[in-house]
Design a binder for this molecule. Structure first.
Ligand SMILES: [Zn+2]
Length: 144
């Protein structure tokens, strides 16, 4: 099957990955009208490589940090996870096939002593930041 995954580009310059035909907003400016499809891919890993190549990693990290900051402001109980913490959690949580699950993220948060919010919440946050992409089998691919 071809074209299950697409790389989208927003007019603001942000590239991100999505499932084909899903209803996504730009993770940076939250617009959806200004998106164009750059390319479609048959696997999420091809998409992942293309998206990480297209975006400047520093920029993504900055974006995530500001999202975390506003998230923390709105959710006073969540505690402070920095983007460094998130990177550690994700690299620790990666399974041999490079995917992550709620379980592996939870375990990695506990092991790293960074259990400052639930794994479900963290995944939600990462999803809206386009850091991860949901696969069909309740696992996620790490995009960045
Ligand atoms: Zn945008």
């Amino acid at each position: 099957m071809e074209g299950n995954w697409v790389m989208l580009r927003c007019q603001c310059g942000r590239n991100f990955g999505s499932r084909a035909n899903s209803n996504y907003n730009c993770p940076r400016c939250n617009k959806k009208t200004s998106l164009s499809t750059i390319k479609s891919f048959s696997s999420s890993s091809e998409l992942r490589h293309a998206v990480s190549k297209a975006n400047v990693p520093d920029e993504i990290v900055k974006e995530l940090s500001s999202r975390l900051a506003s998230y923390e402001n709105s959710e006073s109980s969540s505690g402070g996870l920095t983007s460094e913490d998130i990177k550690k959690i994700l690299s620790f949580a990666k399974l041999p096939d490079d995917s992550i699950t709620i379980g592996s993220v939870d375990e990695s948060m506990i092991r790293l002593n960074l259990k400052k919010m639930s794994a479900e919440r963290l995944m939600e946050l990462l999803e809206t930041s386009s850091m991860v992409l949901r696969n069909s089998n309740s696992s996620w691919s790490v995009l960045q």
